[in-house]
Write a new protein. Structure first.
Length: 261
């Protein structure tokens, strides 16, 4: 089942969705899909059209390939900013929590647009990551990834990852939901440093979105760059940015990662 098929199952009257095995990431469902599903329900809970400015995601436990119940709560609806809580639940237990801040645009004396980022690399001449069943996480069959840097578990000395990503199957742009999927498709930034397979998981994830969101075409690549800010005692802090093909900033992402190596 394609990404858009799953996202569009979330409506104002239906907040239960069954996730197929093809979206698994080891023993858990791909976090980018889970986040996108919960976010779509949060959008439906708003009584206005305020755009999302920030999401704070906590992965409490693995989401399995079974029905996911999503509950939302409008914590506060202010004139300019509203806060919405989203929760993904399985078997009566909370698996993921998202708090979102949605804010209207307004005139300001401070106007500093992000610098347009120019790229030297061309995704059309960089080989895509070939999906290998039972070797790579199942969800990667839905993502077209092109690495400009070393692959996970290659013993690289670089403390960053960069590359291009889009959905494998061309689909209409679903706004922030699509961006969440593509942002989380990249592995933890620490993994290329390792010389062999090891487990890692995201503890918390914060994303800021540049509004208004610039729509992507159905075949457009996003460009991603992530670096390790600090790593010690089994945890790492990473920071990333995502741009469209015109070099316009789409989102800023920061993660706390637990790695077991």
């Amino acid at each position: 089942m394609h990404f858009n098929d799953l996202i569009n199952k979330i409506t104002a009257s239906s907040t239960v969705v069954s996730i197929p095995d093809s979206w698994m990431q080891g023993r858990a469902t791909f976090g980018g899909l889970v986040s996108a599903l919960v976010f779509r329900a949060m959008e439906k809970a708003l009584n206005n059209d305020k755009p999302v400015r920030n999401l704070q995601v906590s992965f409490v436990g693995p989401v399995s390939a079974e029905p996911l119940l999503i509950e939302t709560e409008l914590l506060r609806e202010g004139k300019n900013v509203s806060q919405v809580l989203g929760r993904g639940i399985q078997q009566g237990k909370t698996k993921v929590i998202i708090i979102g801040s949605f804010g209207t645009s307004r005139e300001s004396m401070i106007n500093l647009p992000a610098t347009v980022e120019r790229f030297d690399e061309d995704p059309s001449i960089i080989p895509p990551l070939a999906y290998v069943p039972d070797v790579l996480p199942a969800f990667l069959q839905h993502i077209d990834l092109h690495y400009c840097t070393a692959l996970p578990f290659s013993g690289s000395s670089d403390n960053y990852i960069k590359g291009f990503a889009r959905l494998t199957e061309p689909q209409p742009f679903e706004g922030v939901a699509t961006l969440l999927c593509l942002l989380d498709a990249w592995p933890p930034t620490t993994l290329p440093l390792l010389k062999g397979p090891a487990s890692a998981s995201t503890v918390s994830w914060t994303i800021e979105f540049v509004q208004p969101i610039k729509a992507l075409s159905e075949t457009e690549f996003t460009r991603y760059f992530a670096e390790i800010v600090e790593s010690a005692n089994g945890y790492a802090s990473t920071r990333a940015k995502m741009w469209n093909e015109r070099g316009e900033l789409l989102a800023i992402s920061q993660q706390t990662i637990a790695h077991f190596a």
